[in-house]
Design a protein around this ligand. Sequence first.
Ligand SMILES: Cc1cc2nc3c(=O)[nH]c(=O)nc-3n(C[C@H](O)[C@H](O)[C@H](O)COP(=O)(O)O)c2cc1C
Length: 344
Amino acid sequence: MENLKTNYLGLNLRNPLIAGSCGLTNSVENIKELAKKGVGAVVIKSLFEEQIQYEAEKVIKNNTNELSTTNRPSQTIFNRRIYDYDEAYSYIYDFAKRNTLGKYLYFINEAKESVDIPVIASINCVSNQDWHSFAKKIEETGVDALELNIYILPSDMRRSGEDNEKIYFDIINEVRNYVNIPISVKIGYYFSSLSKSIKKLSQTGIKGLVLFNRPYNTDIDIDEIALSHGPVYSTSEEYTHTLRWISIMAGQVDCDLSASTGVHDHKAFIKQLLAGATTVQIASALYKEGFNAIPEILKGTSEWMKKHNFDSVDSFRGKLSKSNLENPAAIERVQFMKLYSGIE
Ligand SMILES: Cc1cc2nc3c(=O)[nH]c(=O)nc-3n(C[C@H](O)[C@H](O)[C@H](O)COP(=O)(O)O)c2cc1C
């Protein structure tokens, strides 16, 4: 096999293929299997801030029900609206948070001990509350790095682009103050100036940026005339958006870039590396094609490298990044002019 070794976030990976954070990285058995199939690293399913809130609310609801069937005093601390941020809520919220976090810490500790590839923990943050103390505890498990999954949908018309973007920087600053393991940040693409924001994020001391998260999408069911969910998994045609931005930003940022979305085969994998990605993450391919997608991607890549006389990934990574293109404007074309697309 050709030399696929890659350094990502300061970690030595046997190859640049990473199992991205998803429901399949939520069990030790799967993580062992992913490692056996050959991935260079694995990102564990995110711990969600909203999940903690949900668990807290569940505990409160259960307690409220229990108390309502006994001879409790007419006013108890549990007999209040659960969304009131009063003392009782805070107490239970803290309890649920510790409980949910405790389970997550136990799991990543076990995952880390069960494989010899780098294991990256992941937390989904929607605010900068409390994450520093969580991140510290995650670091203490011995995990190799931490991916912060931050996705702000700019739907609140009262908030400016600056307001929304500040959240990313606040979370990063908060977490960076408390942990020493490498941090990567996985983002969406809703920024007022994407290239400038990516550049600025890369200068915060983080070691990597993951472009891009593919969000949960809503849809409409026309039979039920109700909201439903959009396709959960990406298709193999969806890699081009990420490809463009990896190419534009490669060599222009102060951290590694990891490509995510739409990589289902060795061709899309190689394209992301040619565009300049340090690593490539896959999730939907693992659901749709199974874990054998991993050896197939690695084999296809090795064969392609052999055919083109590349003896290492470093020897071709970024060959088609914007800064290495003879005509850099080509990567920024967005209009279907006949001149470029051949389509009328
Ligand atoms: C079922 C499912 C669950 C996911 N859960 C997470 C998650 O917990 N944290 C996260 O950062 N990304 C999550 N993702 C997003 C993936 O890591 C990935 O960024 C996205 O699906 C695009 O890559 P793909 O085209 O290879 O699927 C999830 C994706 C899927 C399909």
